[in-house]
Design a protein around this ligand. Sequence first.
Ligand code: UDP
Length: 328
Amino acid sequence: MAQTVLVTGGAGYIGAHACKVLKAAGFVPVTFDNLNTGWEEAVKYGPFFKGDLMNRADVDAAFAQYRPVAVLHFAALSLVGQSMKDPGKYWRVNVMGALNLIEGAIAAGCLNFVFSSTCATYGDQDGVLLDEETVQKPINSYGASKRAIEDMLVNFGESHGLNHVIFRYFNVAGCDPEGEIGEQHVPETHLIPLMLDAVAGKRPALTVFGSDYPTRDGTCLRDYVHVMDLVEAHVLGLDWLLAGKGNRVFNLGTGTGFTVREVIDHARAVTNREVPIVEGPRRAGDAVALVSGSLRAAAELGWEPKRSTLRQMIGDAWAWAQGPGYRG
Ligand code: UDP
């Protein structure tokens, strides 16, 4: 019989893509989501349990009903700018939600946990390539809340045998090339969808946040990874845990950084249209450069990013933004 996995945030952007590949890999992905930022219409690949991680009774009911072999924990607040304006919200929702989930999983005897962490836990490191051993020094509340959850997993691993794989994501972009699901945030704050909205005339212009950073063209440097490649790593991480290989941290990035201006140049080439931009001030909490320098996921999980070119990420996002599922 197919194994069930609990996918928190399965109605959100990355979680929904994860459900698609989990189903294709033979699992039954059960989405646990409060629909605060997710979309019920994106829950297409398995059952839906509407619940809130802040409510331990919801968590316990989901474990009791579905008896999952593992948890994939995507649900979180994830906006750097918002986290600088309202840190309390990030500490409350991300950390308390994760604590309820971890304690619920342990109480239910579900001891395999895959966690979505972030390169924002590294903070600013003078442009060095980041690997899993780089000392984490988050510079925004989002990154700090995620690092706290990483610490929690280590503690519960030691005390209760909770096996965990921690993925530190770099910048996730693109969408399902088959167009079944895509990126949909309200409000949208991410570079690529905002830029494509500006290209399509749905917004007047993209504001470039800061052009005086110490990078090759003055704009921030990021390592973009295609969401389908990213979620495929989660299936490998799940297999790793189910094979009893133990606790491990993996960066998920390609190792190549692009500046905001370079992303804009690619969008011009992919869409064959102008990208209206205005230059604005820096956004609070932004690191200068976040680029992975690790081959660990490739070497140990056998992860091969196949679609993580800017051309494909922007191309898939552009196709989605013009299709019937997009509400931007
Ligand atoms: N960015 C920008 N204008 C925007 C949104 C983002 O210049 O309207 C920049 C942002 O400062 C960062 C990069 O684009 O350097 C990626 O930002 P995003 O919000 O997509 O992801 P994050 O790095 O915050 O996870």
